[in-house]
Design a protein around this ligand. Structure first.
Ligand code: C5P
Length: 294
């Protein structure tokens, strides 16, 4: 029997770094929302007690460097599972892009193995296990629209963004999140997102305000390192997006657009400059999200 799980990507509507902590991580405050661009994880039980991995993408590692592998390994150890598993990742989300693709694959693996191995874990318990794997995994277990604090593991659900389209463009190179955080000088951040105002805008379903309040303190770092990301951002705005931002540590840049026809036009205009371009909808509300239960 195959257990399939959808693993959707996220974008940041805001990302603020408050200070650097003793443990080397940054104290964050960020608003994330799930979009309709997803990998699919297929899980098949094996008797050999091992974890096997395969993927449609040549860009993801197929061993313990992969967060999905580590998710399976964590569950096997923690719950004394004898069985093995074959994990197949149908990759759609660009890799090392700022869209939490790897974290979402790990979260989907936790959800799927919870079903396959009948562990009976609640969403909260899966969120806690996710925090052991990576800072974005707890959010990816929960999905939807949320404020994430701490390292990323303290989650508060928020109202979904107003219905709109998201145009995404991923420059050819990937980015190491650790590298971008290392270069971030907290004392030299020139503009911070207004997180509370963004929460109010979401509560009012105020589309112009959501577009205006988009903000990410990592943008300055990445745009300085990669001028082509800045050019891509300017281009998306020039082609008519209502708000433009880099997601996570980048390099993916997204634009919010109110109508599908306009989103498609922007995608077509971007195709000459960027190979990985998508127009997708937000998946903000629980009814639209993949099943999260155990
Ligand atoms: O937790 P994760 O392994 O996904 O984080 C990747 C890197 O991003 C960390 O090694 C750290 O350098 C940086 N990071 C951070 N503060 C956070 C989350 C991540 O500095 N809250």
């Amino acid at each position: 029997m195959i257990y399939s799980e959808k693993a959707p990507a996220k974008i940041n509507l805001t990302l603020d770094a408050l200070h650097k902590r003793e443990d080397g991580y940054h104290e964050l405050e960020m608003i994330m929302t799930t979009i309709d661009l997803a990998d699919r994880i297929d899980l098949v039980e094996t008797d050999d007690g091992r974890i096997h991995m395969d993927s449609t993408s040549g860009l993801v590692p197929l061993d313990e460097r992969n967060l999905a592998y580590r998710a399976a390994s964590l569950l096997r150890e923690r719950f004394g599972i004898r069985q093995g598993v074959r994990i197949f990742i149908h990759k759609k989300i660009p890799v090392a892009a700022g869209l939490a693709g790897g974290s979402s694959d790990a979260a989907a693996t936790l959800r799927g193995l919870n079903r396959m191995w009948k562990l009976g874990l609640t969403l909260e318990e899966l969120v806690k296990l996710g925090a052991e794997l990576g800072s974005d995994v707890p959010y990816c277990v929960q999905m939807g629209t949320a404020l994430a604090k701490g390292r990323g593991e303290i989650l508060r659900p928020l109202p979904p963004p107003p219905p709109c389209w998201v145009v995404l463009a991923k420059p050819p190179h990937g980015i190491s999140t650790a590298d971008i955080f290392r270069r971030l000088d907290i004392d030299r951040i020139s503009a911070r997102p207004e997180t509370e105002k963004m929460i109010e805008a979401l509560s009012r379903s105020d589309y112009p305000a959501v577009c205006r309040l988009l903000g990410n303190v990592l943008e300055e770092v990445t745009l300085e390192m990669f001028p082509e990301v800045r050019r891509l951002k300017e281009r998306i705005r020039r082609y008519g997006a209502d708000g433009v931002l880099m997601s996570g540590s980048g390099p993916t840049v997204f634009g919010l657009v109110d109508r599908e026809s306009r989103a498609r036009r922007i995608v077509n205009a971007l195709r000459g400059f960027c190979r990985q371009v998508f127009a997708v909808r937000m998946l903000g509300i629980p009814e639209e999200l993949p099943a999260r239960g155990g």
